[in-house]
Design a protein around this ligand. Structure first.
Ligand code: ADP
Ligand code: MG
Length: 714
């Protein structure tokens, strides 16, 4: 890399394989590959987890009890033994020039190998007295070498890769040295750097890997986080703009009478939020470019009505509408809800002047016979079917629509970007149908900006009037549990109904079904909590007909209690059910508990939700406490994000190509918003980033080909 050449771009760094570094032969390259490090770019983006300040390290002779410290030393000896059939104990002694310290590791048999005599280590932990001497139990260990400088970067290591943080540091150091002559290109305009007082990119990469002061590493992180967020936002905003400018959409005729007739028939008044969101959706539908809107609404906020307004707007202009649900059960439930809301609505019949025909809504489901499905396919191709409800089968190859105008996707808590892309192929000619995505999981604003940054967002932030908050309590022990069953019996004696939900067990349907059957038996048996009541059973192993029959009995009030798996999580709507009992509630996530709780409290009768069982982990405890403390979906979503981190939110959508290594949607909310504003500002001036080719290029490099493909497809 001779000087005089232009500074290195991220793409240049990506083109330099790690094997070009000294000491990286085939074996080490293979180890690095296991850590997903193949190029110098990967290496430079493998950021330290933390730093060790060498001046603050403790000497063994000066260790005090009960204080977290780190100690640098050399391994004297290590040994391991079995203490129980499945438990091993590894004992290690390290020393520095002031004394010796014993370390014990439970169930980490590999430590014996890793901490061979003579190796230099840094251990972090809390010394505690044991048999008259201080020792550390299960400390965090970093293998180091003979390094200099005040701060050690400590890199994420991987067990199977068998590379120490010291090995990685050496490679990084070499890579940085080799970048020195040419320098690393900074693609962000200098006016922007000045505005936010950012260091340059080269300085930032130096500062994060080998800082001289902690302030330097902090500034480096701040800058690099911004770059990550800016790239994501530029991509999302650009994608959205691009779709608006380059894709032909349908300009639906709005204000027709079909939607009005539908609304007039509803047995309730729309909430102000429903009116507002319907207005936003209808406004989009009238535009000549395709709608890309996300509707967020808490459980029970009444999203179905809004979705139906969108679908009926399409039908009114003789287009078709499709509603896609993530599972068959949900598709069936949506279908049932829609039928009941639509009643016997009719549409103008073009075949007979001034005539009317019934609105035709069909369910496309695996549980229906092949002949039935073929009929629906034919009806969609011929335009006889107005609205179709189904799963991803709705976008399967070979399914043709005569005139698909509006698509609603109910994502619940999944993010189906790929599905959305495919749907775009299903519009009439080269025109895209309008798209409304709905989610019952409220997503905190900044997270929504990133996960759904290519969509406009509407929020249904109001529940229908008269809904009482569901009183939620946690029954930890057997005594409290007995009271729960008393409460269920009391509600039943007042003519109400109850759900009892059992958890999914390790993704195993067999176990899950067994557990729900056992719970059913335990509760309905001689001295069970629900003995003598009419109790139904619902789980995934029943045939669709059996499920329907049970649901029907429950809806009709012929069953007092429904013991079920999470099949009832979403969409079930029985206003007379006022008690929700969640068995083994600690196994559920916050969003799921909130969804389940949303099955009750659907009328003006006070409802309650009981979370039963001990919390097995601290996290479970925090989840249950959060659900007891709040019935506000957005608040809970924030709590959830706090507990789980954003990995899970980004998870599905950005799997394998998540460019957010440093930035956290949770801790860096403020910067997410700033990056979005900056992205909008830059794209307003320069929609295709022509004057920022380096930035455009690294977005393409880092945000992946799949996105480019996605753009081309639409
Ligand atoms: P979501 O899908 O947002 O959880 P639904 O669309 O299933 O909510 O609506 C929940 C229940 O509230 C349904 O029984 C629905 O008919 C009813 N509902 C919807 N909007 C209103 C309203 N404005 N007033 C009273 N009830 C409503
Ligand atoms: Mg619903």
């Amino acid at each position: 890399m001779p000087a005089g050449d232009p500074p290195l771009s991220l793409r240049d760094l990506d083109a330099i394989g790690v094997t070009r570094l000294r000491d990286v032969g085939r074996q080490r390259a293979a180890s690095l590959t296991k850590m997903e490090i193949d190029s110098v770019l990967d290496l430079l983006q493998h950021y330290p987890r933390r730093y060790i300040d060498r001046t603050k390290q403790a000497r063994i002779a000066e260790l005090a009890e009960g204080e977290d410290v780190f100690v640098e030393g050399w391994v004297q000896r290590s040994s391991s033994r079995r203490i129980k059939p499945r438990r091993t104990l590894v004992e290690v002694v390290i020393s520095d020039d002031t004394g010796r310290l014993k370390l014990t590791f439970f169930n980490q048999p590999w430590q014996e190998q890793s901490l061979r005599a003579g190796r230099q280590v840094v251990v972090h932990g809390r010394p505690k007295p044991y048999r008259g001497a201080l020792q550390m139990t299960n400390p965090v260990v970093d293998l180091v070498g003979d390094r200099t400088g005040r701060f050690f970067p400590v890199y994420p290591q991987s067990e199977k890769a068998n590379l120490s943080t010291w090995d990685i540091a050496k490679f990084v150091e070499q890579a940085l040295n080799r970048c020195q002559p040419r320098g690393i290109l900074d693609p962000v305009p200098s006016s922007m750097l000045r505005r936010f007082d950012f260091v340059g990119r080269h300085t930032a990469l130096e500062g994060i890997h080998r800082p001289d002061t902690m302030a330097e590493s902090y500034e480096a992180r701040r800058r690099l986080k911004f770059d990550e967020l800016l790239r994501v936002q530029l991509e999302l905003v650009r994608r959205k703009r691009w779709l608006e400018r380059h894709t032909a959409g349908l300009s639906h005729a709005t204000g027709g009478e079909l939607v009005d007739r539908f609304l007039a028939r509803l047995p309730f008044q729309l909430t102000a939020a429903q009116q507002r969101v319907i207005g936003e959706v209808v406004g989009d539908l009238a535009q000549p470019y395709p709608m890309h809107r996300l509707m967020q609404g808490d459980v029970g906020a009444g999203k179905t009505v809004v979705a139906l307004c969108a679908l009926l707007t399409a039908v009114q202009g003789r287009f078709q509408g499709a509603l896609m649900a993530p599972t068959e059960v949900l598709a069936e439930q949506h279908f049932a809800t829609m039928l009941s809301l639509l009643g016997d609505l009719t549409v103008p019949d073009p075949a007979r002047l001034g005539g009317e025909r019934p609105l035709k809504v069909e369910l496309l489901s695996g549980s229906r016979g092949a002949a039935d499905r073929r009929r629906t396919h034919a009806g969609l191709a011929a335009g006889d079917v107005d609205i179709v409800v189904g799963t991803h089968a709705l976008i399967s190859e070979g399914l043709e629509y005569q005139n698909l105008g509006v698509v609603v996707i109910d994502e619940q808590h999944r993010f189906g970007v790929e599905q959305r892309a495919v749907l775009r192929d299903r519009g009439p000619g080269s025109v895209l149908p309008d798209l409304l995505v709905m989610t019952a999981t409220p997503i905190p604003r900044t997270a929504a900006m990133t996960v759904y940054g290519d969509l406009d967002v509407s929020v249904l932030d109001e529940l229908p009037e008269g809904r009482l908050p569901v009183a939620t309590s946690w029954a930890r022990g057997p005594l409290e549990e007995a009271q729960v069953w008393e409460a269920v019996r009391a509600a039943v004696s007042e003519g109400r109904q109850a759900y009892v939900v059992c958890p999914v067990i390790d993704e195993s349907e067999v176990l899950e079904v067994r557990s729900v059957i056992e719970t059913h038996e335990r509760l309905t048996g001689g001295d069970g909590g629900l003995a003598g009541l009419r109790v139904g059973l619902l789980h995934g192993r029943l045939t669709p007909a059996e499920k329907d029959a049970t649901m029907e009995l429950f809806r009709a009030g012929a069953l007092d209690v429904l013991v079920a798996t999470t099949v009832i999580e979403v969409g079930v709507d029985v206003p007379n059910a006022t008690v929700m009992v969640v068995v083994d509630a600690g196994r559920f996530g916050i969003a799921q508990l909130h969804q389940l709780r949303g099955r009750v409290g659907r009328s003006d009768i006070a409802s309650s939700c009981y979370l039963v069982g001990e919390a097995v982990t601290a996290d479970a405890e925090a989840r249950l406490e959060a659900v007891v403390a709040s019935t506000d979906g957005f608040e809970l979503a924030e709590a959830d994000l706090e507990l789980r981190g954003e990995g899970t939110i980004m998870g599905e959508r950005q799997k394998g190509r998540n460019d957010l290594r440093l930035a956290s949607l949770r801790q860096d909310r403020e910067w997410v918003a700033i990056a979005r504003d900056v992205a909008i500002e830059m794209l307003d001036d320069d929609p295709d980033l022509h004057s920022h080719p380096a930035l455009a290029d690294e977005i393409e490099l880092l945000l992946g080909d799949r996105d480019a493909e996605f753009l081309l497809k639409s």
